[in-house]
Design a binder for this molecule. Structure first.
Ligand code: EPS
Length: 427
């Protein structure tokens, strides 16, 4: 009896903690204030032997910084990564990878953000901006200076995420998975060409590789695919600058080459679509995420929405991709298509009404240097977040401590499992 009990404990304690799904979970942490000395990222859990260079990361950082309508801050910063650990001779070691990105603007903020001295004559910020994290931060963290809310809630932090996403991108590229994005609209100005619908119909002329879409989008200062749309948006941003207002917009993020089988319907927190929605809404100012034809599908008949199956003898696919590449929380093998909405920037040069927390009197809100719109940057950050989620689910499925081991597992799955299914149940 005693023997059986101890065997039970051995089984439970030995096998549960090394559950495959937890062992291969990647994670990252970021640290840093918007105007502090630097941003720091720690990335953990990737296998060894993934090729990565500071040039790869800097390219993504530069893409995140660009876009018409950004603040004067972008003229101060030119983000560049310092790799501190986890990479040797251009390849991951399997150990924690750490990155540092300096804030050049810090030299102008050293006194305001001093780490050890007391506030002294530094003026506290007492007027919260509607829509920003200013007021909720004061309530939640018991701050008496809104500066403390502003610093960490700033979207500056997303530079650190893009660095983490670069590792995920390089890892995925090894398996032919490529991620891209474009801006669909800014301030309600859309292209007359419905590129999004072309993706849903599985009939896009924009290329089979997600990254090609980004290459096209990166040629535009707004990351749009249509020149006439770009002109209209620039005019609108210019008028917004004059009027002291701001704009939001929508953007599309796409991943191609994703194999069937990432994610799971076995439990709510293993669903790929749920995880994507979480990661995208975690981006500052993102207020909505649609997978595939999302909200439109609620208005249509089932016969219009669901993607019919096709088998041409070689491959098993779907006629359309309204589902955005995910059914039952699992990737279908078609491109993952995500549309997301970013609200307008909260800081307005012509401010809304607010309350001064030092007097509790009604005042107009305060203005602090900010962007007029940042939708192009947001789309680049979304690419990083999508890369991250896909790398996570890829490793949950295929595991591996080295890239070679992950590759063996992946090949075995695609060759053996797929050919079994392709033959049909009876053969
Ligand atoms: C941001 C306000 C602006 C943006 C910033 C995000 O910064 P500042 O207050 O220094 O002008 O430029 O974004 C970045 C610095 C960046 O690198 O993206 C905010 O309030 O969220």
């Amino acid at each position: 009896m005693e023997h059986l009990t101890s065997r039970f404990y051995r089984d439970v304690f030995l096998y549960l903690p090394i559950n495959k799904k937890d062992k291969f979970m990647i994670r990252f942490l970021t640290a840093g204030e918007s105007h502090g000395k630097a941003l720091v990222t720690i990335v953990e859990g990737f296998p060894s032997n993934i090729t990565i260079s500071s040039e790869d990361i800097n390219h993504q950082l530069k893409r995140r910084q660009s876009g018409y309508g950004r603040s004067a801050r972008m003229k101060i910063e030119s983000d560049s990564v310092q790799i501190l650990s986890g990479i040797r001779f251009g390849k991951t070691l399997g150990s924690p990878i750490s990155f540092l990105i300096e804030n050049k603007d810090w030299t102008n903020w050293q006194e305001v953000l001093d780490i050890e001295k007391s506030a002294g004559s530094i003026k506290k910020i007492t007027i919260p901006r509607p829509g920003h994290a200013d007021l909720v931060g004061v309530f939640k963290y018991n701050f008496d200076d809104i500066r403390n809310s502003i610093e960490r809630s700033s979207a500056r932090e997303t530079a650190a995420r893009v660095a983490a996403g670069s590792v995920a991108r390089n890892f995925l590229a090894h398996f032919g998975i490529h991620i891209g994005s474009y801006v669909e609209s800014v301030g309600g100005i859309y292209s007359t060409q419905d590129y999004f619908n072309q993706f849903l119909q599985n009939k896009t002329s924009l290329g089979k590789n997600g990254w090609d879409i980004s290459i096209k989008a990166d040629k535009s200062v707004l990351r749009v695919l249509d020149k006439s749309q770009e002109k209209k948006i620039i005019n609108k941003i210019n008028s917004v600058k004059k009027n002291g207002d701001s704009l939001g917009g929508t953007f599309i993020t796409i991943a191609t080459g994703v194999p069937v089988g990432l994610g799971s319907f076995m439990h709510y927190d293993r669903k790929l679509d749920a995880d994507i929605a979480f990661h995208l809404t975690s981006i500052n100012a993102v207020k909505g995420v649609e997978i595939g034809n999302g909200f439109l599908s609620a208005e249509q008949y089932g016969s219009q929405v669901h993607d019919e199956f096709m088998n041409d003898g070689k491959s098993f696919s779907r006629k359309t991709n309204h589902s955005g590449g995910i059914e039952g929380g699992i990737s279908t093998g078609l491109p993952i298509i995500i549309r997301a909405a970013m609200k307008p920037i909260s800081t307005l040069a012509k401010p809304l009404n607010s309350i001064d927390l030092s007097s509790m009197k009604k005042v107009v809100s305060r203005y602090e240097r900010s962007d007029f719109t940042a939708v192009p940057s947001c789309a680049v950050i979304a690419e990083s977040m999508l890369a991250w989620v896909l790398a996570k689910h890829f490793l949950i499925k295929f595991g591996g401590d080295s890239l070679e081991e992950t590759t063996d597992n992946f090949i075995s799955y695609t060759k053996k499992s797929f050919s079994r299914i392709r033959k049909g149940f009876r053969k």
